[in-house]
Design a protein around this ligand. Structure first.
Ligand code: FAD
Length: 304
């Protein structure tokens, strides 16, 4: 099923993102976590792709597990890093053979130790080119990344939105956002996209804060900001030496509630391969492990 069809048929879409674990020994744990979260009957689950193809096999293994073993739509992330177009063709053919119909097409970040993205000789330089490349020869449904706070390498916020429009015009049917911590950022991004003529769903990516060190590291890496009020709260927790994950869950729940109330088409939860926080967030958003109950709960929430 294409992304367009998924969003046409559902009032509120739920998706979970996982990453391939560092060692194959941990793969069984990751699969068991994915199995546990599949109980929420998400519309799709995605698996990231490591820089330079380092996770090629495990990404394929995980999306195959999601799709074949759990019967849930699986979305494979794919990046241009370290690949020639021939490599990409082989990887996409392997995904197609595994029954994968949806790809999140990305340029990718530079591999560890490198700071600048370098195009591989015979490869592709950006996500738009990857979308064009896949659309030309494959019948797959594509999503791309979007940045409410602008991608750190963009020349300007306007250029970033124009370029996002180009990714959509090249064939992307869905935008999944980078993490952010203020619903206004999402809504103003959505407005700017609409003004630029972008008319595909924009799915907000939500990362629950699990630790102060981690949130500082992630925001530092991806250019997202920590709003002053949140920063203050985190500093207080740090000084008191208090547990952060409970606060992080509550913060994400409030964010998700604001997003849903404001008309976001669903939520994409960055699970960080942990279940407790995302389970609580999914439940607070009205999703439950009882199949079929979701839409009704959401309708009630929107009506209230
Ligand atoms: C939902 C999500 C999932 C992700 N999953 C992964 C993953 O699995 N693996 C991974 O390695 N990384 C992942 N990332 C991170 C991503 O790879 C990085 O953010 C990367 O730096 C950019 O990738 P992109 O696809 O957004 O790049 P692009 O869309 O190609 O954009 C990169 C930059 O180039 C600029 N740009 C490029 N071409 C033009 C142009 N013609 N005109 C103007 N500006 C241009 C853009 O504005 C932007 O600043 C993910 C990010 C998100 C939001």
């Amino acid at each position: 099923m294409s992304f367009s069809e998924i969003f046409k048929n559902k009032e509120l879409v739920l998706s979970f993102e996982f990453f391939p674990p560092k060692s194959s020994k941990l793969l069984a744990n990751t699969k068991s976590l994915i199995d546990e979260l599949s109980g929420y009957n998400p519309d799709f689950m995605t698996c990231t792709y490591g820089a330079g193809g380092g996770t090629k096999e495990s990404t394929l293994d995980i999306v195959q597990f999601i799709s074949r073993d759990l019967g849930i739509r699986a979305v494979a992330h794919l990046t241009c890093v370290g690949h020639t177009t021939n490599d990409l063709k082989t990887i996409i053919c392997d995904l197609e053979s595994a029954g994968i119909e949806n790809i999140l097409a990305l340029r990718g970040d530079p591999p560890k130790g490198e700071t600048v993205f370098e195009m591989t000789e015979g490869g592709l330089s950006c996500a738009k080119d990857l979308v064009e490349f896949i659309s030309k020869d494959f019948d797959l449904s594509l999503a791309v990344a979007g940045y409410p706070e602008t991608h750190p390498e963009a020349i300007s916020p306007e250029a970033d939105i124009d370029y996002l429009k180009a990714k959509v015009d090249a064939g992307a049917e869905l935008i999944v956002t980078q993490l952010f911590f203020d619903s206004d950022m999402y809504f103003s991004f959505k407005d700017r996209c609409a003004a630029a003529g972008i008319d595909v769903p924009i799915l907000p990516g939500i990362m629950p804060i699990a630790s102060i060190k981690q949130v500082r590291k992630f925001t530092g890496m991806c250019g997202a900001s920590i709003p002053p009020k949140l920063s203050e709260s985190l500093a207080k927790l740090e000084t008191a030496g208090d547990e952060v994950s409970e606060f992080g869950t509550d913060y994400a729940i409030e964010l998700v509630r604001e997003l849903i109330a404001g008309g976001a088409p669903g939520i994409h939860l960055y699970t960080l391969n942990k279940s407790s926080q995302v389970s609580q967030i999914a439940e607070a958003a009205g999703f439950s492990k009882e199949v079929g109950s979701m839409d009704n709960v959401i309708k009630k929430k929107r009506a209230s």
